[in-house]
Every structure is written in C-alpha cells, then in structure tokens.
Design a protein around this ligand. Structure first.
Ligand code: ZN
Length: 440
C-alpha cells in the first residue's frame, strides 16, 4: 500500500511544480522587439562574433539565429517594416513600398521624402488631418500585432517606429525633438537613435505593465546609404550597442526578471548592397519614361514610383486611373521597355499586375538586375533589389528556455509578429505562422 501512495505523491509533486511555474511564466511573459533598420545579416553577425556588441551579447545569450532569414519584396523600409508588424506580405498589408501611387486619390506617396516623412510620425503641421494618426498607420490595410494584442487585453509600447496602430502607448518624437534632430543636411539620425533610446528608457522606468515593447533604430540605414556598409559595424558598436545596454539597464532596474521572462527579437527590415559605379543607372528613370512615351503614354498619363532596385509603373486608362488597362496595352508598354537597349540589359524581370493583385501595385513592376538601382550615384549603398543581399536580414530570437544556436530553417520577417503573438498566447488573424523551431 505504501508504494502506490509514494508513487501518487511522486506524480503529484512535479505536476504541481510544472503547473505553478507555468502559471508564473504565463503571468510574466513579455516581448522585446529590437528593430534595426537596414542591416544585412552578415554585417550584424560579424560585428556580434567580433565581440564588438557586448550589450547584444548580454541579451542574446540563449538566442536562436535564423541563418536564412529573408525580407519581403520590394526590399524597402516601409513595405518591410509593415510586414514585420502585421505579419503579412505587402500584397496583403497594402504598403507596396516607400513610394507608390494611390489610384483612388491620384497622389504619389514617397514616405521617405523630407516633405512626407514627418507625416509618418503624426506631425500635422504641413500634412493636415491625413497625418494625425501617422500616415503609414492610416494606409495599412491589415491589422497590426498591437491591435491583436489589445484585443487580447495585452498592452504594448512602440518607441519611434512609424507603425504603431493599436499600441497602448506610442512614444513618438515631438515637434521640439524634430527641431533638435535637424542639422544642416536634414535629420541627424544618430541623435534620433540616442533620443529614441532615452525615451524608451524613460518609458520603461515608469511603465506599469508592458507586454510588448518595440524599439526602432534608424541610424544604421542612413549611415550606410551615405557611406557604405563598412560604416555600419562601427555605428552598431559605438552607438546602437551602448543604447541597447542602456535599455537593458532600464529594464533590469524596473524588474530584474523582465529580460529573463521576455521573448527577445532582434531583426531588420532589409539588407543592402554597396553601390557599384554603374554610370548607366543614372539615366534609368529617364529611359523608362522615354519608353512609356514611345508606347503612347504622354507625361501625365503615367506615374513611376521608384523603390531602389525596382519601380512601379502606373498607367492611366483614358481618363481613369482605377480602371485596369487592357492586357494588350500593358504588353505594348512591356515591349517598349525591353526594346530600349539599356533597359533590356539592366531589367531582370517585369511583372504584370493581375486583377487579383493589390490595387496599389503598379500595372508593371520593373525589377532591376543585382547591383543596379534607380537613383544610384555610385556612392554609399542601396537596397530595394530582389537579390539575396537586399533580402538578407538578421533574425535572432530568444525564447526563454527555448532552443539556442543556429538554424537553417526557412524564415521570413513576416513571421515575427506571429512568433510574438504565439509566445504571448493570442491569435493574430491574417498573419503568417510563427517561426519554425528546430527539433531539440
Ligand atoms: Zn529600412
């Protein structure tokens, strides 16, 4: 009789422990997303391996590295950032790129232009009501991670990221910040990153309870656009890494279990390619417009929205932008583009919009061959191409108690939101499934 009793007790105790720790862990689960704009996977990983990122090492000790992680097409910021935080591809979330033409309003948007970028952060001074909730939030057609979290009763905070719809708290640069961040040549992105981290640390010090915290570093992208990829490792080491340390300190000070109980995701929106001289790139836009002219489209009858290594071409159908042009018209345009010797040499692929595609797609999507870019001056670096350099991103995930090391399982940035939602235990409709986890 004693044996069964002991056996029952033996079973009962661990079950209680498991249930107890499970409930505790469920109570404390959080997610920290560190989003570094425009850093290719090898750049980040080499800096990490070289030991120049001690603060990332501090938080990524138990991390799983997705060695084949990729971005989406086109490989530009607003399309890809929207993919990270909706968990869906641009065809679904509706942000086709940094630049696109809205057929319903007849407006060409360029989110990263000096005139429009402030509208992403809800500065309404020049943009009016359209900017009030942030232009990207307004344009997104898919639900966000934060909206789904809120529906499940969870809270979220987003610091300086242009996608924050549904977040409990959006910590955004103020107008005064914006003026502080301006220098003679535009925005000072290092100052932007420093201010972002300071605001994040301040927020953390006083937050009541935040289930999802997103912080966004934008300076690495900017510095590489200007000075090439070689400028990124020093920037990551001397600016981003210490700021991550500061944030980790703030989280530790708030709750020394915060980081230990959190899923931590470090990722980027796209990779990049160092600029090649390619002098023929300089006339690409002009050549494209000339080909459209030869196909019978006068100025005003078409719009071109360039996104680095690709461009959308929108064709007016008579007086209508919204009516799809006849297939033979699109085909004629395609033929004229490829009849241009330079374009024929530099174009990788022209995709024709189908009626089932997004209404925000161009009638034609013109993808350039690797290392060719619209607007390439031969200096710095670019992205927006369909090749692996621009698609490649770091995707590093710490799941408390989960697998660590490297995996060659396929992974995309569209799976980040689903992964966070799964960890925190809420559904994310329309999103791609969570990242795969290798068998242990
Ligand atoms: Zn970017």
């Amino acid at each position: 009789m004693r044996r069964p009793a002991a056996s029952a007790r033996w079973v009962w105790v661990p079950l209680l422990l498991v249930a107890g720790s499970g409930a505790q862990a469920a109570e404390r689960r959080r997610a920290l997303i560190i989003d570094i704009d425009g850093v290719r996977r090898d750049t980040f990983e080499q800096a990490y391996q070289a030991g120049t990122l001690p603060n990332f090492q501090r938080i990524l000790g138990g991390a799983l590295w997705y060695d084949r992680a990729e971005s989406v097409l086109p490989t530009v910021t607003m399309a890809a950032q929207s993919s990270i935080f909706t968990g869906s591809a641009p065809a679904w979330h509706g942000i086709p790129g940094n630049s696109w033409f809205d057929r319903t309003t007849g407006r060409l948007y360029d989110y990263v232009s000096a005139g429009t970028a402030p509208c992403l952060y809800a500065f309404t001074l020049f943009g009016g009501g359209e900017c009030r909730e942030g232009l990207l939030n307004r344009h997104l057609l898919a639900g966000t991670l934060y909206e789904a979290a809120a529906t499940a009763g969870l809270t979220s905070a987003v610091v300086f990221h242009p996608v924050w719809r549904g977040a409990t708290r959006a910590v955004l640069p103020s107008l005064t910040d914006g003026l502080t961040l301006l220098d003679g040549n535009g925005l000072n992105f290092e100052a932007f990153d420093r201010m972002m981290a300071q605001r994040a640390a301040n927020f953390v010090a006083f937050e009541e309870r935040t289930d999802i915290l997103t912080v966004y570093f934008t300076g690495a992208d900017e510095i590489a656009h200007g000075h090439g990829i070689a400028a990124q490792p020093p920037y990551l080491a001397t600016v981003v890494d210490p700021l991550v340390g500061r944030l980790a300190d703030a989280l530790d000070a708030r709750d020394r279990d915060w980081l230990a109980s959190a899923m931590i995701v470090v990722t980027s929106d796209h990779g990049r390619t160092d600029a090649a001289a390619n002098p023929e790139d300089r006339t690409l836009s002009r050549d494209l417009a000339a080909a459209l002219g030869r196909a019978g489209f006068a100025e005003g009858q078409f719009r071109v929205a360039a996104n680095g290594g690709m461009a959308y071409v929108y064709l007016k159908n008579g007086e209508e932008w919204e009516a799809m042009p006849a297939p033979e018209t699109v085909d004629a345009v395609r033929r004229e583009i490829l009849a241009d010797p330079l374009l024929a040499k530099l174009v990788l692929e022209i995709r024709v919009r189908q009626s089932s595609d997004s209404a925000r797609w161009g009638d034609l999507s013109v993808f350039l061959k690797p290392s060719h870019y619209f607007g390439n001056t031969g200096a710095g670096s670019h992205h927006g191409n369909a090749d692996i350099l621009d698609l490649s991103v770091p995707l590093v995930v710490v799941r408390p108690g989960g697998p660590a090391g490297h995996t060659s399982l396929e992974a995309r940035i569209t799976q980040v939101a689903g992964t966070v939602a799964e960890y925190l235990g809420f559904p994310l409709g329309g999103a791609e499934p969570a990242l795969p986890v290798p068998p242990t």
